[in-house]
Design a binder for this molecule. Structure first.
Ligand SMILES: NC(=O)c1ccc[n+]([C@@H]2O[C@H](COP(=O)([O-])OP(=O)(O)OC[C@H]3O[C@@H](n4cnc5c(N)ncnc54)[C@H](OP(=O)(O)O)[C@@H]3O)[C@@H](O)[C@H]2O)c1
Length: 497
């Protein structure tokens, strides 16, 4: 298999994370807090000092610190159960956990929220306390030291890098006997790298397609190696990885569990986190960082969504992104990025379910060849990037087929902040299109195909649910981030009216 040159970059869409200012609504009335968290945490102390009325809405709050604690899944699941139907807000200083909470809340239709608190200044504490009492439409809010509030936004990003050339560089590929890791190893070898595959699987346990990749890899790069080890075992890693001086690491090790209607227990969630995060931390703690230039971790779009059946997997991916960013912050000489993929079709852990699940979730799967080419090129960019080049630390990678940009991008699998989008042919009925998009954003109404395509540039209509309304904006399809050509707002009516 040779990697597909990215001559058709429209096959995938990349978006980089960026903070977006979030409107803050005033607290409706005084709230009674039910706080779980360390007594010496600044927010816990602040909340316990607040006078509150004997009657009034109750807000449950779980406070975590800067790192995901051992047994964190159990702590969060317990707090969710104790909240017993009331709104639960998770506040953390970097530990994360919002993805697990969103998944639980989405499964039960319960209100949940996540607030990330940076510097606990008096302004930030006051603002955070206000947010706990005023549920927000945004999935995750960040409060800065001056009390301003941001949510996660995404901006379109080009695929960085040039044609990959690795010139004999050693590249560790964890999960190298997985569907994606094995294919990436073959592509890296084709670009001149010497892959070293690390996996707990043996070739005998691997599916036939992976064994074929291994044969291809050995033919293409006789110096490629395979090391069989459990990467959650630091002693085994020290023994196996001694003497390796990689230029780059691609972290593909991971597991998935869950599915529609499945709710995992704390031990199962911890196992998913270990397979993605402990494995990364073991490798990073074991290899010599002297020659290390780049770390590319394979995350998932689910980290930013609200997935009832995949909440544990989403958490593992959220914590993976946080662990990658933490390593980057302490190793300025190593360029790090998490590729947050949507589903891949045709290989890997989602190959059995990709078509059905993708249709169900509204995802357009990434074709294997396109994903492998994008990952190879992204890694080359990380390895080669001059120190002053600003590369994103997270790239959301979805598939986009020309002509289907208007397919429903239902949250959270679409673009966060945009609940529904539709390309309207020039000459189409805009009022009707805006109403249709607004209805879809508000409740998933079916789209009636519009056969009135005429000449000229298509228009893009996007709708976002904000509070009790849906905002629609029309932009040029050729310039989706350009000025709004028209806008409209719809009010959401309570059910039954
Ligand atoms: N496939 C997709 O559509 C998709 C989409 C988004 C993100 N991703 C991410 O991309 C990565 C690769 O996915 P994939 O589809 O190639 O999955 P895969 O085929 O299941 O490969 C993952 C490999 O990691 C190994 N592994 C698990 N725990 C390990 C440990 N403790 N030590 C060493 N190896 C370990 C697995 O071994 P076992 O046989 O023991 O499980 C497996 O061989 C995963 O992290 C996944 O979450 C995949």
């Amino acid at each position: 298999m040779s990697p597909e040159p990215l001559s058709r970059p429209s096959r995938i869409a990349l978006r980089a994370l960026r903070p977006a200012p979030a409107p803050v609504r005033p607290t409706p009335r005084a709230t009674r807090w039910r706080v779980t968290g360390p007594a010496d945490h600044p927010l816990v102390r602040h909340l316990r000092r607040q006078p509150y009325p004997a009657a009034g809405p109750e807000a449950d709050v779980l406070v975590l610190g800067g790192r995901w604690p051992a047994g964190g899944a159990g702590v969060l699941l317990d707090a969710y159960q104790r909240a017993a139907g009331r709104q639960l807000t998770l506040v953390h200083d970097g530990a994360g956990g919002g993805s697990l909470l969103r998944g639980l809340g989405a499964g039960d239709g319960r209100p949940v929220g996540t607030v990330a608190l940076g510097d606990p200044t008096p302004a930030a504490l006051r603002r955070a306390a206000g947010l706990l009492a005023a549920p927000s439409a945004a999935d995750e809010l960040t409060v800065a030291a001056d009390g301003t509030v941001h949510t996660l936004g995404w901006r379109a990003a080009p695929l960085p890098g040039r044609a990959p050339r690795f010139a004999g560089a050693t590249v560790l590929v964890t999960g190298g006997l997985g569907g994606l890791g094995s294919r990436l190893a073959v592509a890296l070898a084709a670009a001149g790298a010497v892959p070293v595959l690390l996996d707990v699987r043996t070739p005998d346990d691997a599916p036939p397609d992976v064994r074929r990749m291994l044969t291809l890899l050995r033919r293409r790069c006789p110096r490629a190696r395979l090391l069989t080890l459990d990467l959650t075992d630091p002693a085994a890693a020290r023994a196996a990885l001694a003497g390796l001086r990689p230029t780059a690491i691609v972290h593909c090790a991971g597991r998935i569990a869950g599915g529609t209607g499945v709710r995992l227990g704390p031990a199962e969630v911890d196992a998913l986190v270990a397979a993605k995060v402990a494995t990364l931390e073991t490798v990073l703690a074991t290899v010599r960082a002297k020659r290390l230039r780049a770390v590319l971790t394979f995350g998932s779009l689910t980290a930013h969504g609200a997935h009832p059946g995949l909440a544990g997997y989403a958490l593992a991916n959220e914590l993976l992104h946080r662990a990658t960013a933490r390593y980057a912050a302490t190793h300025p000489g190593v360029r790090c990025c998490t590729a947050e993929w949507s589903l891949w079709s045709g290989a890997g852990m989602a190959r059995q379910v990709a078509r059905v699940a993708a249709r169900h979730l509204g995802m357009v799967p990434v074709p294997v060849a396109t994903g492998v080419a994008a990952a190879t090129r992204l890694l080359a960019a990380l390895v080669d990037a001059p120190p002053d080049e600003d590369l994103p630390d997270s790239l959301l990678v979805c598939s986009e087929r020309p002509g289907t940009q208007g397919a429903w991008s239902g949250r959270p699998e679409g673009v966060p902040g945009v609940d529904a989008a539709l390309v309207v042919p020039a000459g189409g009925d805009l009022d009707m299109a805006m109403r249709a998009v607004a209805e879809a954003a508000a409740g998933g109404a079916a789209l009636i195909p519009d056969g009135t395509a005429g000449p000229g540039a298509p228009l893009l209509v996007r709708a976002t649910v904000t509070g009790d309304g849906v905002d629609c904006v029309v932009r040029s399809g050729a310039d989706p981030d350009g000025p709004a050509l028209r806008s409209s707002r719809y009010r959401l009516l309570p059910a039954g009216t």
